[in-house]
Design a protein around this ligand. Structure first.
Ligand code: DGJ
Length: 907
């Protein structure tokens, strides 16, 4: 709901209030964002939120001597900021005017509100849905106070007092149920508008100050009266709370989404890197919270951009203890110019607040992403279990080998069979053939259609791997189009995984990718695509990018005029060519150098993704970038799930997936059961643990089926059965990270970590300071929950382990069971001799026979309890084996053990 009272704008969600105010100078001040507060017709409800007083301290800069009040911007909470008027913090927007001045002074001009939300023309964006269709119209200027829609938008237009030709529009969409506010901004440059004044419900026209209007030489070919955008973030949030923590998710390949907490001290912290991708080094999701925040209590803000390219988050505390949080496109890739008549839109930033700790924030983000980011309805689709050939066979694939694997996969319960890398001509290793998407007839003598039909007759759907944004130097495509590769002519170039990027800023390259991938998807009955991206961006150059003083035209993402998402021709599923709506449509910009290249690249990529996902709606696309190097909302808006990491070791994965879960729903996280020892870590782990971790996501199987014993096959079948019974809870339900209570293990490991010179607080291993990882997901009607508890290292004489099951109906009665896994007698090693009348050689022949004959299971637990008891009191698991005794109630819980806990409502 949006309420407007005089000069105050109140954006209300179910549990939060976001309040801003236009002051007497026309400045937009931020008053409050947090837990919902009472707002009524009382004129002064906002009085405690404002700084009053009229004297400026010491060497403070007075904002404007001709304006009322003594405003010192550095000590104000501002809704947006710009340089040059006494605010020395990182600015929201920084422009270079045609005369070279860099001082901007945006003041309020007018506003409008409307129900629903418009889709952005230039980027993937969040959507509102009404009766199954996008809401995108309904402009009005009435105060929305009793809207039936729970999604409504406020646009505030500001004009630059230094250059009134510039209009800055701040766009806020309120998603009431999800407790989310989406912000973005747009800069319009129009001389005509400044001369005639702006239309609409202008309350304060700031364009009267004509004296300050700056004119560049109209005849100058060089300047063209351009305005250059140096910085333009998507959101700014100024907070008057000096004691806050910044939580980011950083690390590297195979170590994605490692949570890092740090106190926000005076100065500036940046969460950005510019390798041309959102990256595993610094994921764009981050949080700012009170130091006392826990999983279930405390105030926490969450932020995420709907964009996959270079992003930047700046968190700065100034000398007055005010904290400014900015998030948006990395200024390093901006420096983009627009001329009169031009405009520039920034992507959307998702903001949410919860006073219910990290879990509360995660639930806001999960619901929002499932319902308003991932293409309509796709997040809620039940996920089929897939089998992926990569860790099963790598490049050594052939039709016969894959079909025999497919039979095993089908017997295990898989529903989709995915042929990963290696299926196309010349692709026997990772040093050739990217770009040549023609099937290798030696490996598939009857072609892909026939292979797909064979899969179908086995009851499996056909999935395939592609990496369309890439080109290998050893490829036909490179021979034909060397200039399509991203490299600087005449200079030696850098390679990642022996490959280069294609220049996606070129429309012909975009069209080529659309064509070859369309041809591939039309060549067989393909239902799933894994879209990989295995190197980041270097050697930025494009023969087709026109540099300043020439102008460059971008393809738009969405064509509002034709209500379509692309502007050049596409080949439809039935092989027909769909003609362009308009030959050239999109924004005209000026670029001085190739540092802006990543920006252009993503405009091209989004067009390609949108055309393909629109043309092939039956195909489920899974994003992948050497695992989770592009795990972001831009990708998720079109690809409903992303392979979270190339690290398939379940212990690593537990922490990677837990990291993802802070900001992303389980429906989006690709998870597979792999073999043991793991190919990346060489760590041995029980199959039960691998299965338990994989269950919490878009699950699959990725191992050599030939190595599975019959017991293991049975165990995987059981896993598939549980997955199909519970996948609706995973994709639709609420997720809770839980922690054990009264567990001395935590303290022991923590002191081990602190005493180790090798481990810094944010090092890779510090996550093991949380020796226990536990969580549960609950169905929307609270009738069932599935939970998981994992122990990293076993600690002697630690028999007690309590977990909690959260989110249940407090008054309902549940039956809780632990799922029992097969327990291999060899886990006890030569202790077998304490039971055996004759000596048995460990791992010898007799030991092998006993292993097959003796069928042990993990411990039994079946209890009934009320939801409130399970959540608040917790559930104590059966005592752990601690050197003596073993029976069916003893929890044998060596290193890397996990258990699944199912709760079903019975009354
Ligand atoms: C990297 C991916 O993350 C892997 O899963 C696999 O698809 C390989 N690429 C194939 O080259």
């Amino acid at each position: 709901m949006i309420k407007i009272k005089n000069d105050i704008f109140i954006l209300e969600t179910m549990d939060t209030s976001y309040i801003l105010k236009k002051d007497a100078n026309g400045l937009l001040k931020h008053l409050y964002y947090g837990k919902k507060i009472k707002v009524d017709d009382h004129e002064t409800f906002f009085a405690p939120l404002e700084l009053s007083g009229s004297f400026l301290p010491g060497n403070a800069i007075r904002y404007d001597k001709t304006e009322p009040g003594n405003i010192f911007l550095e000590d104000e909470l501002l809704e947006i900021s710009s340089p040059g008027k006494g605010d020395f913090r990182e600015p929201f927007i920084e422009l270079v005017h045609p005369d070279g001045t860099v001082t901007s002074d945006f003041v309020f001009d007018s506003f409008e509100t409307y129900r629903g939300k418009k889709i952005l023309a230039d980027y993937p964006s969040s959507y509102a849905v009404s009766n199954g269709s996008f809401e995108k119209s309904g402009i009005g200027s009435e105060n929305i106070s009793d809207t039936a829609s729970d999604v409504c938008t406020l646009k505030i237009h500001l004009l630059d007092r230094n250059m009134p030709e510039l209009k800055l529009t701040l766009i806020y969409t309120v998603f009431e149920k999800e407790n989310v506010i989406v912000r973005s901004g747009r800069l319009d440059y129009s001389k005509a508008e400044a001369d005639t004044g702006s239309e609409g419900s202008s309350e304060h026209n700031a364009s009267q100050d004509k004296d300050q209007k700056v004119h560049a030489d109209a005849d100058s070919e060089e300047s063209k009266d351009l305005v250059f955008i140096k910085k333009f973030y998507s959101s700014q949030l100024d907070l008057d709370d000096p004691d806050l923590i910044l939580t980011t998710f950083n690390n590297a390949w195979s170590r994605e989404m490692n949570r890092v907490d740090q106190p926000i001290t005076v100065g500036r912290h940046m969460n950005s890197r510019a390798p041309g991708v959102s990256t595993n080094i610094s994921n764009p999701f981050f949080m700012v919270e009170s130091p006392d925040t826990t999983e279930d209590h405390g105030n926490v803000y969450g932020f995420n951009i709907i964009y996959s390219g270079c992003h930047s988050e700046s968190v700065e505390k100034n000398e007055f203890g005010l904290i400014r949080v900015l998030a948006g496109i990395d200024p390093d890739v901006l420096d983009i110019g627009i001329g009169s008549g031009g405009s520039f839109q920034v992507p959307e930033e998702v903001l949410s607040f919860s006073d219910k700790g990290y879990n509360g924030l995660s639930r806001n983000m999960h619901t929002f992403i499932n319902d308003h980011i991932i293409a309509f309805g796709k997040a809620h689709r039940r996920r089929k279990i897939l089998f992926n050939s990569w860790e099963a066979a790598y490049f050594k694939i052939s039709e016969s080998k894959l079909l025999s694997m497919a039979k095993d996969a089908r017997d295990l319960g898989a529903q989709i069979f995915v042929v990963d890398d290696g299926w196309f001509i010349g692709r026997d290793s990772d040093n050739a053939a990217l770009g040549d998407w023609t099937v290798d007839n030696k490996k598939f003598p009857h072609g892909l259609r026939s292979f797909g039909e064979k899969l179908k007759s086995l009851g499996l759907e056909f999935g395939i791997w592609v990496e369309p944004e890439m080109i290998s130097e050893k490829s036909r495509l490179f021979e034909e189009h060397p200039d399509w590769a991203l490299k600087i002519p005449g200079k030696s170039h850098s390679e990642g995984r022996n490959q280069m990027l294609l220049d996606l800023s070129r429309t012909e390259v975009q069209d080529h990718i659309i064509k070859v991938i369309s041809d591939l998807l039309n060549s067989a009955d393909i239902k799933y695509v894994k879209w990989d991206f295995n190197r980041v961006m270097t050697d930025m150059f494009s023969a087709c990018v026109k540099l300043y003083p020439e102008s460059h035209r971008l393809n738009a993402f969405y064509d509002p005029e034709h209500n379509a998402f692309y502007s050049t021709s596409v080949i439809t599923q039935d092989g027909n060519e769909e003609k362009p709506h308009k030959e050239r449509f999109g924004t005209e910009i000026y670029i001085k150098d190739f540092s802006s290249y990543p920006y252009l690249y993503y405009q091209g990529l989004y067009r390609v993704m949108k055309v393909l996902t629109d043309t092939f709606p039956q195909v489920l696309f899974e994003g992948c970038a050497s695992g989770g190097s592009r795990f972001d909302l831009g990708m998720l808006s079109m690809f409903p799930q992303i392979w979270a990491s190339d690290d398939t070791d379940p212990i690593e994965r537990a922490f990677i997936q837990r990291g993802c879960s802070y900001g992303y729903p389980l429906s989006a996280i690709g998870t597979h059961i792999s073999s043991s020892p793991n190919h990346g870590t060489l760590r041995n782990t029980p199959l039960g643990t691998r299965a338990a971790i994989s269950l919490f996501g878009a699950a699959g199987i990725e191992l050599d089926t030939g190595n599975l014993t019959s017991v293991e096959k049975e165990q995987i079948r059981e896993f598939v059965k549980i997955y199909s019974e519970t996948s609706a809870i995973i994709t639709e339900g609420s997720f809770y990270r839980t922690r054990p209570y009264g567990n001395a293990v935590l303290d022991q490991i923590q002191s081990f970590v602190n005493n180790s010179a090798l481990l810094s607080p944010d090092s890779v291993l510090s996550r093991y300071s949380q020796n226990i990882c536990a969580w549960n997901a609950v169905s929307p009607d609270k009738s069932a929950s599935i939970g998981m508890v994992l122990q990293v290292l076993n600690i002697p004489d630690q028999v007690r382990l309590k977990i909690s099951v959260r989110g249940l109906d407090p008054d309902a009665l549940y039956e809780v069971v632990l799922l029992q896994d097969p327990l291999n007698v060899k886990v006890f090693g030569d202790l077998i001799n304490t039971m055996s009348p004759v000596h048995i050689r460990q791992n010898g022949f007799v030991h092998g026979i006993i292993e097959k004959k003796v069928k042990l299971r993990t411990e039994e637990l079946k209890v009934k309890a009320y939801g409130s008891a399970l959540s608040e009191g917790g559930l104590i698991l059966p005592a752990a084996y601690a050197g003596t005794g073993f029976d069916e109630k003893t929890r044998v819980f060596p290193d890397f053990s996990a258990r699944l806990i199912i709760a079903r409502k019975i009354k």
